[in-house]
Design a protein around this ligand. Structure first.
Ligand code: 13P
Length: 249
């Protein structure tokens, strides 16, 4: 049985005060029947960490540097995330890939570094509209997956969640149909099975991301291979995120 895992990616939103308020609201209103994580911006991690400490609300970061320390102006190290009791880090988000030019190779370096330091990883994959329309969605996702997970050990794969986020569905209000999403999720599970084996694949949590809302979460989560959601816009308010966190309450 895969326990549903709902994550909120706040992206570049919320001051420290707004972050603290939202984290408190989620703790007050949520049932935490499912696994739930929030990923505030870096500047809010320290204060939100204090609030979620000892609760069931997990703390995530949205990115991290590919090296541990040194002359990397503007970057945030895995050691700094560990210092704030961050549980997981989102890596390979499409905004990192497409706006900031992150390659599969750099993402793989980050994945291995995070795992080495005991952080869980949410590895994002997903095709653009152009790639989908030219029939290349699966090939693109496979390459992101295979190269993103290169040299990740069978022991570590249990600490990796894959988030399928079709780029054309992010922040656009367009959601992949539950059937289209399911097809890619099954494809991802089969690829992981080919690399790691049956057990690892059957235990892998695969989140869907891209315009997940209270109104579509139930049908998405009803799909066999959709085990969770990575939520952007709807994660910014308790009134929209709580119904998603508690979609099956
Ligand atoms: P939206 O839910 O705003 O489409 O964002 C999805 C996303 O990118 C989460 O990482």
């Amino acid at each position: 049985m895969r326990k549903p895992f709902i994550a909120g990616n706040w992206k570049m939103n919320n001051t420290v005060g707004e972050s603290v308020k939202l984290a408190r609201e989620l703790l007050d209103a949520g049932s935490f029947k499912n696994k739930v994580l929030i990923a505030p911006p870096f500047t809010s991690l320290s204060e939100v960490s204090k609030i979620v400490k000892g609760t069931e609300l997990l703390l995530g970061a949205q990115n991290m540097a590919s090296v541990e320390s040194g002359a990397h102006t503007g970057e945030i190290s895995v050691l700094m995330l560990k210092d704030l009791d961050v549980n997981a880090v989102i890596l390979g988000h499409s905004e990192r890939r497409h706006i900031y030019g992150e390659s599969n190779e750099i993402i793989n370096t980050k994945v291995k570094l995070a795992l080495h330091h005991g952080l869980d990883v949410i590895l994002c994959v997903g095709e653009t509209l152009e790639e989908r329309e030219s029939g290349n969605a699966e090939a693109v996702v496979k390459k992101q997956l295979v190269e993103g997970l290169k040299d990740v050990s069978p022991a570590d794969i249990a600490k990796v969640v894959v988030a399928y986020e079709p780029v054309w569905a992010i922040g656009t209000g367009k959601t992949a149909s539950p059937e289209d999403a399911q097809a890619i999720h099954l494809f991802i599970r089969n690829e992981v099975k080919a690399i790691y084996g049956e057990k690892e694949a059957s235990e892998l949590i695969i989140q869907y991301g891209g315009s997940v809302k209270p109104g579509n979460v139930v049908t998405l989560m009803a799909q066999e291979d959709i085990d969770g959601a990575l939520v952007g816009g709807a994660a910014l308010k308790a009134e929209t995120f709580v119904p998603i966190m508690d979609f099956n309450k």
